[in-house]
Design a protein around this ligand. Structure first.
Ligand SMILES: C[S@@+](CC[C@H](N)C(=O)[O-])C[C@H]1O[C@@H](n2cnc3c(N)ncnc32)[C@H](O)[C@@H]1O
Length: 235
């Protein structure tokens, strides 16, 4: 069963500009799962989180750039009361995540979108609607001329903070020291955020944290990751 042009138009977006890869191979079995689940848990462009049938008492936590979805499964298993919003532009990643979330029996507590995080935060999430956000190993774009492609930028940080509730958290990880310091310097300078480790600091790795694919990759290549934890101030 193939994804119809109408289905693609609704749930799979190519026209919004991003710097990462969006397209790639998806198996027929994965397409079947996308067809089954995205109409229930997908967030088409016109929909906001307010329309996404989220239980009112449930904390809403977002993961941006979830890759293959393993960390989403981990979060959903650790926090049975959370509703998870997964944002990932790479279609094969979305397809893998839908399969893993379904197999783990947690998919109904997730909302998944293939739209870029910048669009989702700007148009689909209201101010102070999120209890927390995870960003694990965003693309490093190592060449200085590509630094402007990095996800964490001053404007993006302001948008992100505006979507998090007072007292809510933003947690980030990177195995690339240069990127970890870039993210820390921008977020340390963003009004309304407090670095839990103190300005300029990193937190120790949470002991119960799942190693994501990119954390494992960094490990194999001899790099240890660095972790950031911010709280949105209440005043
Ligand atoms: C280096 S991978 C890390 C994947 C996973 N978080 C991990 O730690 O293994 C970065 C991911 O961010 C996604 N990404 C890049 N730009 C994005 C954007 N604007 N919105 C959402 N996801 C994005 C990429 O497609 C990719 O899957």
């Amino acid at each position: 069963m193939r994804l119809s042009p109408e289905f693609r138009k609704q749930f799979i977006q190519y026209e919004l500009r991003t710097y990462g890869r969006k397209n790639g191979f998806v198996t027929t079995g994965q397409e079947e799962r996308l067809l089954r689940w995205l109409p229930k848990i997908g967030l088409p462009k016109e929909m906001t989180l307010a329309d996404a049938d989220i239980p009112s008492a449930s904390p809403i936590v977002m993961e941006i750039g979830f890759g293959n979805g393993d960390f989403l499964v981990h979060l959903a298993s650790m926090h049975p009361d959370w509703t998870l919003i997964g944002v990932e532009i790479y279609l094969p990643g979305v397809a893998k995540a839908v399969g893993r979330l379904e197999d783990a029996g947690v998919i109904e507590r997730c909302r998944i979108t293939q739209l870029p995080a910048q669009f989702v935060l700007q148009h689909q999430v209201a101010e102070e609607q999120l209890d927390g956000v995870y960003i694990n190993h965003p693309d490093p774009w190592p060449k200085p001329r590509h630094h402007k492609r990095r996800l964490i930028q001053k404007d993006f940080a302001l948008l992100l903070v505006s979507r998090v509730k007072k007292g809510g958290f933003i947690k980030l990880a990177s195995d690339k020291p240069d990127l970890a310091e870039w993210m820390r310097d921008i977020l340390d300078a963003t009004p309304g955020l407090r670095n839990v480790a103190g300005v300029g600091g990193f937190i120790p790795r949470d002991e119960d944290r799942l190693e994501t694919k990119f954390e494992q990759r960094g490990h194999k290549e001899g790099r240890s990751s660095q972790f950031l934890h911010y709280i949105k101030e209440t005043t």
